[in-house]
Ligand binder design. Structure first.
Ligand code: NAD
Ligand code: 6OD
Length: 486
């Protein structure tokens, strides 16, 4: 049985850690690894190592050398592409094609994009008059925030971790990463990459474990952590915000969503179906930006429901490396219980189950995996639990609407505000609706089209702060003004 170890100060922890937990496969529920659980002392050692690197070899590198090293990280990740795909697929059960075409390449791209961005970031400069007539010059410089605690979820582990680690390092910080207990492997592989290309020890550290009373809490309450960046559930984010309040430390929170797709009668029908299918079912619906509420203009409703049903029923459910697989299992048995609980609740609240609603029959050992069927409901009121709450599974509710004002009100009537997709060929309408939707990201005639320079984050209970492009630099640096009297 392999051991997934902590990575502290450039060293991997012992093969037989004093405390460890099982990592099970989502595909068949087998134990695939033992994962070292970091103690408070391990977390302390990681933070001390990160601080030492910040003031030592990492802090002394020129910007150009730092940028070159981060490019080398991306290149080494690309060289070890298959290892990352295998680890990501084994941990999450996602189709290898999703890891291969979307999440792993993005992991490497994050390092290149943010390294290049810090090289080119402009600064402010102001000349000012002074009473003696000689004047003064003001210029702003950016400095790293310090040691950053990075707390990650399990749904796109490498992409979401590097989305934070890459800009943090590019800005000159050092990090202590707490991967999800469900997905420990790619963070450790990244440690191997860091060592291989010569990133100084202590710049990147990984501590495994759980949240409350464990590694997550030890890290976020550690007084040596200068800033915390988190992706995960909204109620976890609230707990982390409280932890960050001690010492008044900055937090960036990327949290849950209950995202709406809005389909107008004048849409490109094929594109709307293809995009909505992806946004509901890719990664088994475990994408924060995914769609769980679909509003379709009445004249198109029946046709749209029938086409989405047909698309969902065509998805091949299977293990990551099976030929043609379109949907994997959920992350765990525990998460499956939660999703199936919502499937039952939908029925209890009077839904019409258009398709799915249960567990697929899987062959052999796969029968033990965390499988669920892609599921579509209609006929529920907006007050129903599956219409209001984030499920994080492969499911959506579809409801008809009559006009623009009505659908804007429906889409906005939710506590979350992460993303939305609008499908229409009327560009004026697209701009009008996009401006009024309460979400941090609005796609028009697409979904999950990502330019890493753009602001990313949620409104309302979906997040605090924006990452992406220069917005990441705002979080990962302190901006200081220098005023020089001439
Ligand atoms: P989660 O909140 O359960 O866990 C996230 C991380 O926080 C894990 O590493 C966990 O161990 C840790 N944690 C839990 N409690 C903690 C505590 N009290 N203190 C410190 N750390 C703690 O989330 P999850 O189930 O891993 O991920 C799914 C959720 O993440 C969904 O709600 C999804 O919408 C959200 N998500 C949001 C985004 C986004 O960008 N907005 C992206 C991906 C996922
Ligand atoms: O593309 C990204 O940068 C990003 N943060 C994606 C989030 C996916 C959520 O599951």
């Amino acid at each position: 049985m392999k051991t997934i170890r902590n990575f502290i100060a450039g060293q991997f922890g012992p093969a037989e850690p004093p405390s460890a937990f099982d990592k099970r496969s989502p595909v068949d529920n087998r134990v695939i690894a033992r994962v070292a659980e970091a103690s408070r002392a391990d977390v302390d050692a990681a933070v001390v190592a990160a601080r030492a690197a910040l003031h030592g070899p990492w802090g002394q590198l020129t910007l150009a050398d730092r940028v070159d090293l981060l490019h080398a990280v991306a290149d080494e990740m690309t060289r070890r592409f298959d290892d990352f795909v295998a680890a990501e697929a084994e941990d999450t059960g996602m189709p290898a094609s999703v890891a291969r075409h979307a999440f792993v390449p993005r992991g490497a791209a994050n390092f290149k994009v943010f390294a290049d961005m810090v090289k080119n970031v402009p600064t402010e400069f102001f000349e000012m008059a002074t009473p003696d007539g000689k004047g003064a010059l003001n210029y702003a410089i950016r400095r790293p925030v310090g040691v950053v605690g990075v707390v990650c979820p399990w749904n796109a582990p490498l992409l979401l971790m590097t989305w934070k680690v890459a800009p943090a390092l590019a800005c000159g910080n050092t990090v202590v990463v707490k991967p999800s207990e469900e997905t420990p492997q790619t963070a450790v592989l990244l440690g191997e990459v860091m060592n291989a290309v010569g990133v100084p020890a202590g710049v990147y550290n990984v501590v495994h474990g759980f949240g409350p009373g464990s590694t997550g809490e030890f890290l976020t309450t550690h007084e040596g952590v200068d800033a915390i960046t988190f992706t995960g559930e909204t109620r976890t984010g609230a707990a982390i915000m409280q932890a960050a309040a001690v010492g008044a430390r900055p937090v960036s929170l990327e949290m849950g969503g209950k995202n709406a797709a809005i389909v107008f009668e004048d849409c490109d029908f094929a594109a709307a179906i293809e995009g909505t299918l992806r946004s509901c079912f890719v990664n088994t619906g475990q994408v924060c930006l995914g769609t769980e509420r679909v509003y379709v203009q009445r004249g198109l409703f029946e046709r749209f429901v029938a086409a989405l049903k047909a698309g969902a029923e065509k998805l091949k459910i299977g293990a990551p490396f099976e030929e043609g697989v379109g949907m994997g299992p959920l992350i765990s048995q525990e998460h499956r219980q939660k999703v199936l609980g919502y499937y039952q609740r939908a029925v209890d609240e009077g839904a019409t189950v258009v398709t799915g609603g249960g567990v697929p029959v899987m062959p052999g050992a796969l029968a033990e995996g965390a499988w669920v069927q892609p599921t579509i409901w209609t006929g529920l009121p907006e007050t129903a639990a599956v219409v209001r709450e984030e499920i994080f599974g492969p499911c959506c509710h579809i409801r008809p609407f009559d006009n623009e004002a009505e659908v804007i009100a429906l889409a906005n009537d939710n506590g979350y505000g992460l993303s939305s997709a609008i499908w229409t060929t009327d560009l004026a309408r697209a701009h009008r609706v996009a401006a009024r939707i309460e979400a941090g990201i609005v796609w028009v005639n697409s979904w999950f089209l990502r330019d890493l320079r753009t602001p990313f984050g949620g409104m309302k209970q979906s997040g605090i702060g924006r990452e992406g492009g220069v917005h990441s630099l705002e979080f990962y640096t302190e901006l200081k003004n220098v005023c020089v009297k001439l």
